[in-house]
Design a protein around this ligand. Structure first.
Ligand code: MSP
Length: 659
């Protein structure tokens, strides 16, 4: 079934921040998911460029509205590729075809008698660009903008929204999925339990000229919401374009709760007046907050998507927002949370599993996916894995369809943990020691490869670049582009003999210091900006004498740091702290390292670490140790510390000197 996915069209009075990015990432992920289901999808985003707010922002910037909207619309358009967001169409409400569609629709609804002229007195909030009812005010103020609305009496045009109230209530009641999650459906039904007022849909040109002129009265421009909502039709070439006929029935709008009322009440009643079927589903999410306050330009506490992408990479940002927010509820942004998700879920759980598995296929099966031994029976482990993968597919699909992205990801991560356990229980490094166990070894490696392929497909919509890397490393690059969800359900997808590439490192760890240099949220206005780092003094200044704790460059050069590959690891008898490692640097040597409580021996095999190569040999528990493996400390969420060995990014030769 064709699907039409939309985001709100964003006001161009602010630069894009994480809130805008979130909605648009969600729409992109959902579009990619539907394509993975084999559906024909059209995905649209855009910018909302008319109205008082924009006219004011342009005047403030000293630009004409046209110059101003062109400039800011471009920043939105340029942000999407940085987030791997690929809309099929980006609409602007200043586009000529949109202006014409809005005018045609106004004329049609006016001719039908659903628009009339009248005088109105009401409380107007400029931030919302609409009249508020007394009931909506909190302490006499608009709850979203914290300002008292202005009492205005004006002659204007009105849309007979009240006429469609009963129909709308019926429609919501008989279509439980029309507005989701349920809390927002209930909120709308509760609002509709009071009589609905008609909607003012014009602004006098005496007050505002930056809008679409009403076709039947040039003294008025169209109210920005009546203009904006119609973008969803213009983008499909309504009324005659083939895309409208194809996609409208599958329309799914994604928004945050701030614009629930226009989407759940104005829009369906407008569609009804136009005699167009209502959209299929409205998905409503909560706010990204910083310190319990909604992230917004007017407060100045915004997180810029580009800064996060620069610090963590685009796929971490996409994963983080989907994993961290329960769709529908508010979520708080924190730099520590994204750092922890990156290092723990991505670098550790997924990244290590992937590189470990490929390293073993490389080593024990000559770099080719082996054949599964069909002659011997499956072990309970194999069966558990197969049924867990099947359950993952079902849960993944159900949750992705229901916009419960965090749950879909949890289902994938359960299998990732299971695979890590599967490796430990089946110990391929032990099987490899005995030729008679070769069939079992191959079966285990086959199950690893095939499960990773299924994980790759499931992660594709969420982390497209990572999934591409994984597919390429698994030798499944060509199959990846054409993959559909059925491929995740079938076993036996990777042909025996497929050549893998063990080189891929998916997520280099980010250390806290690096991450801390990435601005997390701009300081709220009014607060003192962080002190700028001191400027370096001029080049001519004499070198300062070495202070306490400082070493000279020559002293540093005396320490021989080298890249070493761990080729064997085992526990040291009677010690719960020590592991005996054999490393190549490039010649083999033994190093005893105090990391047994932080790593299982097999997790270390294949890792490239940095060692101090010229340390005086020492005996530890009777074993001569020739060097030291460098490690850092990671602070875990439960307050304990974990040692993490230093690894190298990129394909640095084993034995090469680190300087
Ligand atoms: N122009 C209207 C929408 C018209 S749609 C026909 C508008 N624009 S907006 O620029 O204010 O965008 C609001 C939307 O931006 C929210 O509904 C949400 O999608 C996103 N977000 C803006 N700030 C946000 C948060 N702090 N948290 C989550 N989403 C946020 O309203």
């Amino acid at each position: 079934m064709p699907t039409y996915v939309t985001t709100p069209i964003y006001y161009v009075n602010a630069m894009p921040h994480l809130g805008h990015a979130y909605t648009t990432i969600v729409a992109d992920v959902y579009s990619r998911f539907r394509r993975l289901c084999g559906d024909d999808v059209r995905f649209q985003t855009g910018t909302d460029e008319h109205g008082e707010k924009i006219a004011e922002a342009a005047a403030k910037a000293g630009e004409t509205p046209r110059e101003y909207v062109d400039r800011i619309a471009a920043t939105f358009r340029e942000t999407w590729p940085l987030l791997s967001i690929q809309p099929d169409y980006i609409i602007r409400t200043t586009d000529a075809d949109h202006v014409k569609t809005v005018q045609d629709i106004l004329q049609q609804v006016y001719d039908k008698g659903d628009i009339y002229f009248s005088e109105y007195s009401g409380l107007y909030c400029k931030g919302c660009e609409r009249f508020l009812t007394e009931k909506e005010l909190v302490d006499g103020k608009c709850p979203d903008h914290q300002v008292e609305p202005k009492a205005i009496t004006e002659q204007n045009y009105f849309f007979r929204m009240s006429k469609y109230q009963d129909w709308l209530i019926d429609h919501i009641n008989s279509n439980p999925e029309f507005i989701t999650p349920e809390r927002y459906r209930n909120e709308v039904l509760s609002f509709l339990s009071e009589p609905l007022e008609d909607l003012c849909i014009s602004r006098p040109t005496a007050r505002l000229t930056w809008g679409i002129p009403l076709p039947f009265d040039q003294n008025f421009v169209t109210y920005v919401w009546f203009d904006a909502l119609i973008n969803y039709l213009t983008g499909l070439g309504y009324p005659d374009g083939p895309d409208f006929a194809t996609y409208w029935a599958g329309a799914e709008h994604v928004i945050a709760k701030d614009i629930l009322k226009p989407h759940a009440i104005f829009w369906p009643t407008m569609l009804r007046a136009m005699e167009i079927e209502p959209y299929k589903r409205l998905h409503v999410h909560g706010y990204w907050n910083v310190d319990a306050t909604k992230m917004s330009k007017s407060i100045g506490n915004v997180v810029r998507p580009k800064e996060l992408v620069d610090a963590y990479g685009v796929d971490t940002v996409r994963y983080f927002v989907l994993r961290e927010m329960s769709f529908g509820l508010d979520s708080s942004f924190s730099g520590d949370a994204i750092l922890a998700r990156h290092n723990s879920d991505l670098a550790n759980d997924l990244g290590n599993l992937f590189s470990r598995s490929l390293t073993m296929i490389d080593k024990y099966a000559a770099g080719r996916v082996p054949e599964r031994d069909s002659a011997t029976l499956l072990t309970p482990d194999d069966r558990e894995l197969m049924s867990a993968v099947s359950a993952m597919v079902v849960q993944y699909c159900e949750n992705m369809d229901a916009f419960k992205f965090h749950k879909a990801l949890q289902a994938v991560w359960e299998v990732i943990s299971l695979l890590n356990r599967y490796i430990v229980t089946n110990a391929p490094w032990e099987l490899a020691k005995d030729d008679r166990l070769a069939d079992r070894l191959h079966t285990v490696l086959y199950f690893l490869a095939e499960s990773l392929w299924k994980i790759t497909l499931a992660l594709g919509p969420i982390m497209p670049a990572t999934a591409e890397k994984m597919a390429a490393a698994l030798g499944m690059w060509e199959q990846f582009a054409a993959a559909v969800i059925e491929d995740v359900q079938e076993w036996g997808e990777i042909p025996a003999g497929t050549v893998i590439d063990k080189g891929a490192q998916l997520f280099p760890r980010v250390d806290k210091k690096e991450a801390a240099s990435a601005p997390v949220a701009a300081k709220p206005q009014g607060e003192k900006a962080a002190k700028a780092p001191k400027k370096p003094k001029s080049d001519q200044e004499p070198e300062p004498a070495l202070g306490e704790g400082l070493i000279s460059f020559d002293q540093f050069k005396a320490v021989e740091l080298r890249v070493a590959e761990i080729v064997a690891a085992e526990k040291v008898a009677k010690s719960d702290r020590l592991l005996k490692l054999t490393v190549n640097a490039p010649e083999p040597r033994t190093i005893v390292a105090g990391i047994a409580q932080h790593y299982s021996p097999e997790a270390l095999i294949g890792q490239r670490v940095i060692i101090v190569a010229n340390l005086k040999p020492a005996k530890l528990m009777g074993i001569p140790s020739q060097g030291m493996v460098l490690a850092g400390k990671e602070l875990l969420a439960d307050g304990t510390e974990k040692l993490v060995v230093t690894t190298v990014a990129g394909d640095v030769a084993v034995g090469s000197r680190v300087a």
